[in-house]
Design a protein around this ligand. Structure first.
Ligand SMILES: Nc1ncnc2c1ncn2[C@@H]1O[C@H](COP(=O)(O)OP(=O)(O)OP(=O)(O)O)[C@@H](O)[C@H]1O
Length: 355
Protein backbone atom coordinates (compact mmCIF):
# COMPACT_ATOMS: atom_id res chain seq x y z
CA UNK A 1 0.00 0.00 0.00
CA UNK A 2 1.32 3.48 -0.80
CA UNK A 3 1.53 6.15 1.88
CA UNK A 4 -1.20 8.19 0.19
CA UNK A 5 -3.80 5.50 0.89
CA UNK A 6 -2.47 4.46 4.29
CA UNK A 7 -5.14 4.27 6.91
CA UNK A 8 -5.35 6.34 10.07
CA UNK A 9 -6.83 6.25 13.53
CA UNK A 10 -7.77 9.93 13.83
CA UNK A 11 -8.33 12.68 11.33
CA UNK A 12 -8.15 16.05 13.03
CA UNK A 13 -9.26 19.43 11.73
CA UNK A 14 -7.75 22.16 13.83
CA UNK A 15 -9.12 25.70 13.46
CA UNK A 16 -9.76 25.16 9.75
CA UNK A 17 -10.72 28.52 8.25
CA UNK A 18 -11.38 29.58 4.69
CA UNK A 19 -12.09 33.09 3.49
CA UNK A 20 -13.02 34.20 0.01
CA UNK A 21 -13.06 37.90 0.80
CA UNK A 22 -11.28 40.43 3.03
CA UNK A 23 -10.54 39.65 6.68
CA UNK A 24 -13.23 42.04 7.98
CA UNK A 25 -15.94 39.98 6.24
CA UNK A 26 -17.32 36.78 7.85
CA UNK A 27 -15.35 33.70 6.72
CA UNK A 28 -17.07 31.03 4.56
CA UNK A 29 -15.69 28.56 7.11
CA UNK A 30 -14.56 29.77 10.51
CA UNK A 31 -12.26 27.83 12.87
CA UNK A 32 -13.66 24.35 12.38
CA UNK A 33 -12.37 21.95 15.07
CA UNK A 34 -13.33 18.34 14.48
CA UNK A 35 -11.78 14.97 15.27
CA UNK A 36 -12.98 12.05 13.19
CA UNK A 37 -12.26 8.48 14.25
CA UNK A 38 -11.52 5.77 11.76
CA UNK A 39 -14.76 4.07 10.72
CA UNK A 40 -17.02 6.99 11.59
CA UNK A 41 -19.72 8.33 9.31
CA UNK A 42 -19.85 12.10 9.78
CA UNK A 43 -22.51 14.31 8.22
CA UNK A 44 -21.92 18.03 7.71
CA UNK A 45 -25.37 19.52 7.87
CA UNK A 46 -26.78 22.99 7.51
CA UNK A 47 -28.67 25.39 5.27
CA UNK A 48 -27.42 26.55 1.88
CA UNK A 49 -24.31 28.72 2.14
CA UNK A 50 -23.36 27.65 5.70
CA UNK A 51 -19.92 26.41 4.59
CA UNK A 52 -20.41 22.65 4.26
CA UNK A 53 -18.91 22.33 0.78
CA UNK A 54 -16.10 24.69 1.71
CA UNK A 55 -15.21 22.37 4.62
CA UNK A 56 -15.28 19.33 2.36
CA UNK A 57 -13.20 21.01 -0.32
CA UNK A 58 -10.61 21.99 2.31
CA UNK A 59 -10.47 18.35 3.43
CA UNK A 60 -10.15 17.15 -0.15
CA UNK A 61 -7.34 19.58 -0.91
CA UNK A 62 -9.32 21.40 -3.58
CA UNK A 63 -9.24 24.63 -1.55
CA UNK A 64 -6.21 25.90 0.37
CA UNK A 65 -6.88 26.88 3.99
CA UNK A 66 -6.71 30.51 5.06
CA UNK A 67 -5.80 29.36 8.57
CA UNK A 68 -5.67 26.16 10.61
CA UNK A 69 -4.36 22.69 9.83
CA UNK A 70 -5.52 19.14 9.05
CA UNK A 71 -3.86 16.07 10.53
CA UNK A 72 -3.99 12.36 9.83
CA UNK A 73 -2.73 11.02 13.14
CA UNK A 74 0.52 12.99 13.55
CA UNK A 75 1.01 13.67 9.87
CA UNK A 76 0.01 17.12 8.61
CA UNK A 77 -1.91 16.75 5.34
CA UNK A 78 -3.41 20.15 4.50
CA UNK A 79 -0.24 21.02 2.63
CA UNK A 80 -0.55 17.94 0.36
CA UNK A 81 -2.17 18.12 -3.09
CA UNK A 82 -5.49 16.21 -3.46
CA UNK A 83 -3.97 13.17 -5.19
CA UNK A 84 -1.46 12.69 -2.36
CA UNK A 85 -4.26 12.50 0.20
CA UNK A 86 -5.73 9.35 -1.36
CA UNK A 87 -9.32 10.20 -0.53
CA UNK A 88 -12.31 8.98 -2.51
CA UNK A 89 -14.54 11.78 -3.72
CA UNK A 90 -18.14 11.88 -4.86
CA UNK A 91 -19.11 15.43 -5.64
CA UNK A 92 -22.18 16.88 -7.30
CA UNK A 93 -20.35 17.44 -10.56
CA UNK A 94 -17.63 14.89 -10.40
CA UNK A 95 -16.84 14.18 -14.04
CA UNK A 96 -16.64 10.61 -15.32
CA UNK A 97 -14.35 9.62 -18.20
CA UNK A 98 -16.68 10.21 -21.16
CA UNK A 99 -14.95 7.73 -23.49
CA UNK A 100 -14.99 4.83 -21.01
CA UNK A 101 -17.94 2.53 -20.30
CA UNK A 102 -19.53 2.37 -16.86
CA UNK A 103 -17.55 -0.81 -16.12
CA UNK A 104 -14.24 0.73 -17.27
CA UNK A 105 -14.88 3.95 -15.34
CA UNK A 106 -15.34 1.92 -12.17
CA UNK A 107 -12.42 -0.43 -12.90
CA UNK A 108 -10.04 2.41 -13.80
CA UNK A 109 -8.59 3.04 -10.34
CA UNK A 110 -8.19 -0.66 -9.62
CA UNK A 111 -6.30 -1.18 -12.90
CA UNK A 112 -4.03 1.76 -12.08
CA UNK A 113 -3.03 -0.15 -8.98
CA UNK A 114 -1.99 -3.17 -11.01
CA UNK A 115 -4.23 -5.55 -9.10
CA UNK A 116 -4.69 -9.08 -10.49
CA UNK A 117 -7.18 -9.11 -13.36
CA UNK A 118 -9.58 -11.46 -11.57
CA UNK A 119 -9.68 -9.17 -8.52
CA UNK A 120 -10.38 -6.13 -10.67
CA UNK A 121 -13.21 -7.98 -12.37
CA UNK A 122 -14.77 -9.25 -9.14
CA UNK A 123 -14.61 -5.94 -7.29
CA UNK A 124 -15.87 -4.01 -10.29
CA UNK A 125 -18.84 -6.35 -10.70
CA UNK A 126 -19.68 -6.07 -7.00
CA UNK A 127 -19.55 -2.28 -7.21
CA UNK A 128 -21.77 -2.23 -10.32
CA UNK A 129 -24.33 -4.44 -8.58
CA UNK A 130 -24.21 -2.30 -5.47
CA UNK A 131 -25.30 0.79 -7.41
CA UNK A 132 -27.77 -1.25 -9.47
CA UNK A 133 -26.21 -0.54 -12.84
CA UNK A 134 -25.70 -4.12 -14.11
CA UNK A 135 -27.99 -3.42 -17.08
CA UNK A 136 -25.99 -0.33 -18.04
CA UNK A 137 -22.44 -1.58 -17.50
CA UNK A 138 -21.48 -1.34 -21.18
CA UNK A 139 -22.89 2.14 -21.74
CA UNK A 140 -20.92 5.37 -21.91
CA UNK A 141 -21.64 8.12 -19.33
CA UNK A 142 -23.29 10.25 -22.05
CA UNK A 143 -25.95 7.56 -22.43
CA UNK A 144 -26.90 7.67 -18.73
CA UNK A 145 -29.24 9.88 -16.72
CA UNK A 146 -27.76 12.30 -14.19
CA UNK A 147 -28.71 9.99 -11.35
CA UNK A 148 -27.12 6.97 -13.01
CA UNK A 149 -23.92 8.96 -13.59
CA UNK A 150 -23.88 9.85 -9.93
CA UNK A 151 -24.16 6.19 -9.01
CA UNK A 152 -21.17 5.41 -11.24
CA UNK A 153 -19.26 8.12 -9.35
CA UNK A 154 -20.21 6.53 -6.01
CA UNK A 155 -19.10 3.09 -7.20
CA UNK A 156 -15.87 4.45 -8.70
CA UNK A 157 -14.91 6.21 -5.46
CA UNK A 158 -15.75 3.40 -3.06
CA UNK A 159 -14.41 0.47 -5.10
CA UNK A 160 -10.90 1.65 -4.17
CA UNK A 161 -11.73 1.34 -0.46
CA UNK A 162 -10.00 4.65 0.29
CA UNK A 163 -9.03 5.72 3.80
CA UNK A 164 -11.61 8.51 3.67
CA UNK A 165 -14.59 9.02 1.40
CA UNK A 166 -15.86 12.55 0.86
CA UNK A 167 -19.37 12.96 -0.49
CA UNK A 168 -21.06 16.25 -1.35
CA UNK A 169 -24.83 15.82 -1.74
CA UNK A 170 -24.31 12.64 -3.79
CA UNK A 171 -28.02 11.79 -3.87
CA UNK A 172 -29.27 15.20 -4.97
CA UNK A 173 -30.05 14.17 -8.57
CA UNK A 174 -31.93 11.00 -7.68
CA UNK A 175 -35.68 10.54 -7.38
CA UNK A 176 -37.20 10.07 -3.93
CA UNK A 177 -37.42 6.27 -4.03
CA UNK A 178 -33.89 5.72 -5.28
CA UNK A 179 -32.59 8.29 -2.81
CA UNK A 180 -33.96 6.22 0.07
CA UNK A 181 -32.48 3.01 -1.36
CA UNK A 182 -29.08 4.61 -1.95
CA UNK A 183 -29.02 5.99 1.60
CA UNK A 184 -29.17 2.45 2.90
CA UNK A 185 -26.66 1.24 0.29
CA UNK A 186 -24.12 3.95 1.11
CA UNK A 187 -24.46 3.24 4.81
CA UNK A 188 -24.13 -0.52 4.20
CA UNK A 189 -21.09 0.01 2.02
CA UNK A 190 -19.53 2.29 4.61
CA UNK A 191 -19.98 -0.42 7.22
CA UNK A 192 -18.98 -3.48 5.21
CA UNK A 193 -15.87 -1.85 3.72
CA UNK A 194 -14.94 -0.25 7.04
CA UNK A 195 -14.78 3.17 5.36
CA UNK A 196 -14.53 6.53 7.07
CA UNK A 197 -17.01 8.89 5.45
CA UNK A 198 -17.64 12.63 5.53
CA UNK A 199 -20.96 13.39 3.92
CA UNK A 200 -22.35 16.84 3.11
CA UNK A 201 -26.10 17.36 3.00
CA UNK A 202 -28.71 19.99 3.72
CA UNK A 203 -31.28 17.23 4.31
CA UNK A 204 -31.63 16.63 8.05
CA UNK A 205 -33.46 13.34 7.59
CA UNK A 206 -30.69 12.03 5.39
CA UNK A 207 -28.07 13.10 7.92
CA UNK A 208 -29.97 11.66 10.90
CA UNK A 209 -30.54 8.32 9.23
CA UNK A 210 -27.01 7.82 7.89
CA UNK A 211 -24.47 9.41 10.19
CA UNK A 212 -22.85 8.36 13.47
CA UNK A 213 -22.27 12.03 14.28
CA UNK A 214 -23.63 15.25 12.85
CA UNK A 215 -21.83 18.55 12.54
CA UNK A 216 -24.51 21.21 12.29
CA UNK A 217 -23.27 24.46 10.77
CA UNK A 218 -24.57 27.97 10.33
CA UNK A 219 -22.87 30.95 8.67
CA UNK A 220 -19.49 29.22 8.56
CA UNK A 221 -19.53 28.20 12.21
CA UNK A 222 -20.22 24.94 14.02
CA UNK A 223 -23.43 25.12 16.04
CA UNK A 224 -23.39 21.61 17.42
CA UNK A 225 -21.54 18.31 17.07
CA UNK A 226 -23.38 15.25 18.33
CA UNK A 227 -25.05 11.93 17.65
CA UNK A 228 -28.30 12.01 15.68
CA UNK A 229 -30.19 11.49 18.93
CA UNK A 230 -28.40 14.33 20.73
CA UNK A 231 -28.96 16.77 17.90
CA UNK A 232 -32.55 15.66 17.39
CA UNK A 233 -33.69 15.73 21.02
CA UNK A 234 -31.39 18.40 22.49
CA UNK A 235 -30.49 20.96 19.84
CA UNK A 236 -27.78 23.25 21.24
CA UNK A 237 -29.33 26.50 19.98
CA UNK A 238 -32.70 27.54 18.68
CA UNK A 239 -31.15 27.82 15.22
CA UNK A 240 -30.30 24.11 15.35
CA UNK A 241 -33.78 23.40 16.73
CA UNK A 242 -35.26 25.32 13.81
CA UNK A 243 -33.21 23.28 11.37
CA UNK A 244 -34.11 19.98 13.10
CA UNK A 245 -37.84 20.36 12.68
CA UNK A 246 -38.85 22.37 15.76
CA UNK A 247 -41.23 24.38 13.63
CA UNK A 248 -42.79 26.18 16.59
CA UNK A 249 -40.31 28.80 17.80
CA UNK A 250 -42.29 31.04 20.12
CA UNK A 251 -40.94 34.35 21.44
CA UNK A 252 -42.17 34.31 25.07
CA UNK A 253 -41.12 35.40 28.57
CA UNK A 254 -39.75 33.17 31.33
CA UNK A 255 -42.23 33.71 34.17
CA UNK A 256 -40.78 31.28 36.74
CA UNK A 257 -37.72 29.08 37.24
CA UNK A 258 -37.53 25.77 39.09
CA UNK A 259 -34.02 24.38 38.70
CA UNK A 260 -33.57 23.71 35.00
CA UNK A 261 -37.31 23.96 34.39
CA UNK A 262 -38.80 27.19 33.10
CA UNK A 263 -42.43 28.23 33.06
CA UNK A 264 -43.59 30.28 30.10
CA UNK A 265 -46.99 31.81 29.57
CA UNK A 266 -48.76 30.96 26.33
CA UNK A 267 -52.17 32.42 25.77
CA UNK A 268 -52.80 32.73 29.52
CA UNK A 269 -51.75 29.13 30.24
CA UNK A 270 -48.53 28.29 32.10
CA UNK A 271 -46.40 25.64 30.37
CA UNK A 272 -43.21 24.07 31.66
CA UNK A 273 -40.18 23.52 29.52
CA UNK A 274 -36.55 22.54 29.95
CA UNK A 275 -34.07 25.42 29.98
CA UNK A 276 -31.38 25.08 27.28
CA UNK A 277 -28.67 27.47 28.41
CA UNK A 278 -28.75 30.38 30.84
CA UNK A 279 -32.32 31.60 31.34
CA UNK A 280 -33.28 33.99 34.18
CA UNK A 281 -36.71 35.02 35.40
CA UNK A 282 -38.44 37.62 33.16
CA UNK A 283 -35.95 36.93 30.34
CA UNK A 284 -37.11 36.95 26.75
CA UNK A 285 -36.89 33.36 25.55
CA UNK A 286 -37.58 31.24 22.49
CA UNK A 287 -39.74 28.23 23.33
CA UNK A 288 -39.26 25.44 20.79
CA UNK A 289 -41.54 22.47 20.19
CA UNK A 290 -42.16 20.13 17.26
CA UNK A 291 -45.59 20.01 15.60
CA UNK A 292 -45.89 16.32 16.57
CA UNK A 293 -45.52 17.27 20.26
CA UNK A 294 -48.49 19.63 20.27
CA UNK A 295 -51.83 17.85 20.74
CA UNK A 296 -55.45 18.84 20.64
CA UNK A 297 -56.70 18.23 24.18
CA UNK A 298 -59.75 18.70 26.42
CA UNK A 299 -58.13 21.63 28.14
CA UNK A 300 -55.02 23.75 27.72
CA UNK A 301 -53.92 26.66 25.56
CA UNK A 302 -56.95 28.06 23.72
CA UNK A 303 -56.61 28.79 20.04
CA UNK A 304 -58.44 29.19 16.76
CA UNK A 305 -57.83 26.74 13.89
CA UNK A 306 -56.77 28.72 10.85
CA UNK A 307 -55.33 26.29 8.29
CA UNK A 308 -55.85 22.54 7.87
CA UNK A 309 -53.75 20.57 5.36
CA UNK A 310 -54.69 16.99 4.59
CA UNK A 311 -51.55 14.80 4.69
CA UNK A 312 -52.86 11.25 4.49
CA UNK A 313 -53.32 9.71 7.93
CA UNK A 314 -52.61 13.02 9.66
CA UNK A 315 -53.52 16.62 9.19
CA UNK A 316 -51.12 19.53 9.56
CA UNK A 317 -52.97 22.22 11.45
CA UNK A 318 -52.11 25.85 12.11
CA UNK A 319 -53.69 27.36 15.22
CA UNK A 320 -53.59 31.03 16.27
CA UNK A 321 -53.28 31.72 19.98
CA UNK A 322 -54.04 35.18 21.42
CA UNK A 323 -54.67 36.47 17.92
CA UNK A 324 -50.95 36.53 17.05
CA UNK A 325 -48.92 33.45 18.03
CA UNK A 326 -49.03 30.71 15.41
CA UNK A 327 -48.69 27.08 16.47
CA UNK A 328 -48.22 24.16 14.09
CA UNK A 329 -49.40 20.73 15.09
CA UNK A 330 -50.23 17.34 13.63
CA UNK A 331 -53.33 15.42 14.46
CA UNK A 332 -55.40 12.47 13.29
CA UNK A 333 -58.45 14.29 14.59
CA UNK A 334 -60.82 15.99 12.16
CA UNK A 335 -60.78 19.75 12.70
CA UNK A 336 -62.04 22.61 10.57
CA UNK A 337 -60.80 26.17 10.05
CA UNK A 338 -62.63 28.54 12.41
CA UNK A 339 -62.95 25.92 15.17
CA UNK A 340 -61.90 26.72 18.76
CA UNK A 341 -59.51 24.13 20.19
CA UNK A 342 -57.45 23.55 23.33
CA UNK A 343 -53.82 22.50 22.96
CA UNK A 344 -51.43 20.58 25.19
CA UNK A 345 -47.69 20.11 24.77
CA UNK A 346 -46.25 16.62 25.37
CA UNK A 347 -44.55 16.83 28.80
CA UNK A 348 -40.77 17.23 28.54
CA UNK A 349 -40.82 18.23 24.89
CA UNK A 350 -40.78 22.01 25.20
CA UNK A 351 -37.25 23.43 25.06
CA UNK A 352 -36.63 26.97 26.27
CA UNK A 353 -33.66 28.90 24.80
CA UNK A 354 -32.31 32.32 25.69
CA UNK A 355 -33.60 34.69 23.00
N1 LIG B 1 -15.33 30.27 -4.86
C1 LIG B 1 -16.00 31.10 -4.04
N2 LIG B 1 -15.80 32.43 -4.11
C2 LIG B 1 -16.45 33.30 -3.28
N3 LIG B 1 -17.33 32.90 -2.34
C3 LIG B 1 -17.56 31.59 -2.21
C4 LIG B 1 -16.92 30.61 -3.05
N4 LIG B 1 -17.35 29.39 -2.68
C5 LIG B 1 -18.23 29.58 -1.67
N5 LIG B 1 -18.35 30.88 -1.38
C6 LIG B 1 -19.20 31.45 -0.31
O1 LIG B 1 -18.89 30.82 0.90
C7 LIG B 1 -20.06 30.54 1.66
C8 LIG B 1 -20.16 29.05 1.96
O2 LIG B 1 -20.37 28.35 0.74
P1 LIG B 1 -20.48 26.77 0.66
O3 LIG B 1 -20.55 26.39 -0.77
O4 LIG B 1 -19.43 26.15 1.49
O5 LIG B 1 -21.89 26.52 1.36
P2 LIG B 1 -22.76 25.20 1.44
O6 LIG B 1 -23.18 25.08 2.85
O7 LIG B 1 -22.04 24.06 0.85
O8 LIG B 1 -24.02 25.58 0.55
P3 LIG B 1 -24.85 24.71 -0.52
O9 LIG B 1 -25.62 23.72 0.27
O10 LIG B 1 -25.73 25.76 -1.16
O11 LIG B 1 -23.87 24.10 -1.45
C9 LIG B 1 -21.22 31.07 0.86
O12 LIG B 1 -21.54 32.34 1.35
C10 LIG B 1 -20.66 31.16 -0.55
O13 LIG B 1 -21.29 32.19 -1.27
Amino acid sequence: MTSSTSNFELLRLDGVTRRFGPADQPAALSELDLTIERGEFIALLGPSGCGKSTALNCLAGLLPLTAGSIWQDDRRIDTLPPEKRGFGMVFQNYALFPHLTVRDNIAFGLRMRNLPKADVQRRTTEAIDMVQLADHASKLPGQLSGGQQQRVAIARATVLEPSLVLMDEPLSNLDAKLRLEMRTEIRRLHQSLGLTTVYVTHDQEEALSMADRLVVMRQGKVQQIGTPEQVHTKPATWHVADFMGYRNLLPLKASQLHGDQVTVDLGGTAIRGAAQGAVAQDDDVIAAVRPEDVKIADQGVKGLVEVVEYQGRERAVEVVVDGETRLHLRTEQRVEPGEQVALAVTPGRLLVYPA
